[in-house]
Design a protein around this ligand. Structure first.
Ligand SMILES: *Cc1c(COP(=O)(O)O)cnc(C)c1O
Length: 379
């Protein structure tokens, strides 16, 4: 497909996003990770205020935002999250602000949406750039009913595997026009690693294995040991940098999925609602998926800490259902000095259940029954 045709097709999708968010510029990459990297590089480049720029990131997250922030040259700081939904509040962010803070990343995690309006007003008043990460919240609404991406100076979408739309790609959108030229320059300078797909796969596998190995150690670690584990990780993390820079490859299915987004979201919500009905009355679980955002990525709940998360996850898996326990606190890898007790609690007690197209409503009902059975058995 020629470049003109490609542009024409994506214009349709971009037009929708422009209407929803007011964004003016659209830049496509292979991954949201690359989009984040370009945003972070641009913020650092344009800053003429501080020598050692810092970014505040949520401590409950995958590692991609942290890895790309470090690659771009930030010092990373971590805010704790709210126990009710796993998202950062303005109060959490304020606890980490220093004179070197020039950026804040707000992640709309699990499809839940943070108070972007309030955070963006505070950022603007403090000369801090706000980036919204909407990788897990495509199509979601903020607490004030605006679309995700309506407040960030930058916002980042992911259309890769496991997200709401899975046809490939990462999108950087820009609302703050003053960054226009800097972003274009940073994209021009971008050096894609040229790593082959086989090497990329083994490197990604190596990262996953490393992550799991270190999480197993961190589970048993006291604070001193935690620091040693973090130091080891920080020593080698840059070997994984090539993973994060990936060129966009256009897949026409992306547009079909975009047209079907409302239906996709409605199907997910119907399943989330079923889990909610089946599990809401259980006093040993606290549901953290928030129906008000209108998007459910995975249906997420936190177990009472008298229950054994791993025992219960294993039992439900044995009954044939998907269970994940995302995420481990990223601060424990990247900057353990920022302690985040709420994230620590959530990460050690969370259960994520599937609502995507791979499961139907009957599955959801049986999965909720399996979970309830094992909770009641172990209580
Ligand atoms: C998946 C994810 C990313 C990275 O997306 P890629 O397209 O895989 O680079 C970034 N942030 C969050 C919150 C994610 O879930």
């Amino acid at each position: 497909m020629g470049a003109d045709k490609l542009e024409e097709n994506l214009t349709f999708l971009e037009h929708d996003i422009r209407r929803q968010t007011g964004a003016s510029d659209f830049h496509w990459f292979g991954r949201a990770g690359t989009a984040l990297y370009v945003a972070f590089k641009s913020v650092i480049e344009k800053n003429n205020r501080v020598e050692a720029p810092e970014i505040i990131l949520p401590s409950l997250s995958c590692a991609t935002p942290s890895n790309t922030a470090l690659m771009a040259g930030f010092k990373v700081r971590y805010s704790d999250v709210d126990l009710k939904d796993g998202l950062v509040t303005l109060e959490n962010i304020k606890q980490r602000v220093t004179k070197n803070t020039i950026a804040v990343l707000l992640i709309h995690l699990y499809g839940n949406t943070g108070n972007a309006k309030e955070i963006s007003e505070w950022c603007a008043a403090n000369n801090i750039v706000l980036i919204e990460d909407i990788a897990q919240a495509t199509g979601a609404l903020l607490p004030d009913h605006k679309s995700v991406g309506s407040y960030g100076d930058f916002s980042v979408f992911s259309f890769n595997k496991t997200k709401i739309i899975e046809d490939g790609g990462g999108l950087l959108i820009l609302k703050n026009q003053s960054f226009k030229n800097t972003v274009e320059n940073k994209i021009e300078e971008l050096e894609y690693s040229g790593i082959g797909s086989t090497d990329r796969k083994s490197l990604a596998l190596s990262y996953r294995n490393l992550h799991h190995s270190l999480v197993a150690l961190l589970r048993m670690a006291d604070h001193e040991t935690e620091k040693r584990i973090s130091d080891s990780f920080m020593n080698i993390r840059n070997m994984y940098a090539p993973l994060y820079l990936e060129k966009f490859k256009y897949n026409p299915d992306l547009l079909k999925s975009w047209e079907l987004l409302d239906q996709n979201i409605a199907n997910r919500n119907a399943k989330a609602q079923l889990y909610r009905e089946k599990l809401a009355a259980n006093d040993k679980v606290r549901i953290i998926s928030n129906a008000a955002s209108n998007v459910c990525w995975r249906f997420s709940l936190v177990l009472d800490n008298t229950l054994d998360l791993h025992e219960i996850s294993e039992q439900v898996r044995k009954d044939g259902f998907h269970v994940s326990n995302l995420y481990w606190p990223v601060n424990e890898f990247f900057y353990p000095s920022d302690t985040c007790p709420n994230t620590k609690f959530i990460s050690r007690n969370i259960i994520n259940l599937w609502v995507d197209a791979s499961v139907n409503e009957e599955y959801v009902i049986r999965c909720a029954e399996s979970l309830t059975k094992h909770i009641n058995h172990l209580r």
